[in-house]
Structures are given as C-alpha cells and as structure tokens.
Write a protein of this length. Structure first.
Length: 237
C-alpha cells in the first residue's frame, strides 16, 4: 500500500512541476511578445509614420508649384487622400500592436479612450467608472488590464447583442480589479471557440501568471460580466 502511495506521489509531482514550468514559460512568452509588439509599434511610428508625413508635405509643396489645372489638382488631391488613409491605417496598426498611452498618459487614459473608441465605433453606450487617482502599477499589470478590456469588448461586439456596457475599475492596497459587464443576451449554452479557447483564455493565462484570476459569469439583470482581479503583491514581483 505504501509503495502504491509513493508511486502516486512520484507521478503527481512531475505533473505539478510541469504545470508550473508551462505557466512560467507562458508568462515569459507574453512578456517577450509585449516587448516585440512595443518595438514594432515604435518602428512603425518612427520610420514609416515619419516617411508618410514627409511625403504628404512634399506633395503639398509639389501641388503649389505645378500648373493649377483641374485634372492635375484632382490627381494630387486623390494622392493626398490615399496618403492620409495610409497614415491612419498605420496609426491604427500601431495602437493594436502597442498602446503608447499606457506608458505616456497612464492606465486610466488608455482604458477610458479604448472604451470611448469602442462606443463610437459600435454605437453603444459605454460607461467608465475609474479611480479618481491615476492607477500606479507595474507595466505587466497595466497591460493585463488593457488586454482584458480589449478582449471583453471584442466579445461584446461579436456575441452579446448589447446596447450598454459598463467598465468598472477598482484599486486598493491589496488588488487591482476590472469588471466589464453588458446588457446583452448572456452566456450561450456552449461558448464559441473564439470566446472560450483563444481570446479570454489567453487573457486568463496572462492574469494567472501575475497571481490573479479571471471569471466569466452571467449578470442577474441579464448580460455577461468579465472580472479580472490581480493581487498587488504578485503584480509587483
């Protein structure tokens, strides 16, 4: 009996160690991805963005010097609009890769502007309740909060059929918490693959690496709520 017990312990221990190793690897991978995305976003801004802006200025100067004939002016106007479209596309790509507002303006601004952009794009009412004081937390924790909001809003747009969304952020000495809830149709009987296996699951693993938790639950009043809690002690490590 004791031999069997010892054997079960020997079998269980490697599984636990492997789970810890996988969690550590995933956390390292997320950090590496974040750094790569940040670097690529900066390159798009510093190199491509600057070149596109310079091209727009050169085109404006060229337009002033060329014969002021309607066909030429129309062609120049079309070229300028195409350049402006590319500049805007480049800007959106930068934001999707890495939200610089998170670093330069703070977590509150990054979260509130993301919510405002979502409301405008999808014609929904989005209410934000944020701490009066700026959230002060390590970069990893700020990124986790932002990714949580991004993924929760993506699922609202894809599945919820909601008209209202509430984003609530709480901050105290012990933990950071963000809740995103909507008034939509609620959780389906079986979660879609892109909801369960990829999007929120990736966020859950990112949060777990920081010692936190993600819960997905139905609202008593209808709709769905996504809540992430990150202990400050774990996030600061």
């Amino acid at each position: 009996m004791s031999a069997q017990t010892d054997q079960s312990k020997e079998v269980g221990h490697p599984d636990t160690a492997r789970a810890a190793d996988l969690s550590e690897l995933l956390g390292h991978t997320n950090t590496s991805w974040d750094n790569e995305r940040r670097a690529l976003s900066r390159q798009l801004h510093d190199s491509l963005g600057s070149s596109l802006t310079a091209l727009t200025m050169h085109l404006s100067l060229l337009t002033q010097k060329m014969p002021q004939e309607a066909p030429l002016l129309d062609r120049a106007a079309t070229m300028k609009q195409l350049l402006l479209n590319v500049i805007e596309t480049n800007r959106q790509m930068q934001i999707k890769l890495w939200n610089d507002k998170l670093e330069f303006l703070g977590v509150n601004v990054a979260l509130s502007e993301l919510a405002a952009q979502f409301a405008e794009q999808h014609k929904l009412s989005v209410r934000c309740s944020l701490p009066e004081d700026e959230l002060v937390c390590p970069r990893d924790a700020g990124v986790a909060l932002l990714r949580t909001l991004e993924e929760a809003l993506r699922n609202v747009a894809a599945h919820a059929q909601a008209t209202e969304v509430d984003v609530i952020v709480d901050d105290n000495d012990e933990e950071l918490m963000i809740t995103v809830k909507d008034n939509g149709v609620g959780l389906p009987a079986s979660l879609p693959d892109d909801l369960h296996k990829h999007g929120l699951r990736a966020v859950r693993e990112r949060v777990a690496y920081l010692g936190g938790t993600l819960t997905l639950a139905a609202n008593p009043q209808g709709g769905t709520a996504v809540t992430v809690v990150i202990p400050r002690a774990a996030a600061a490590q």
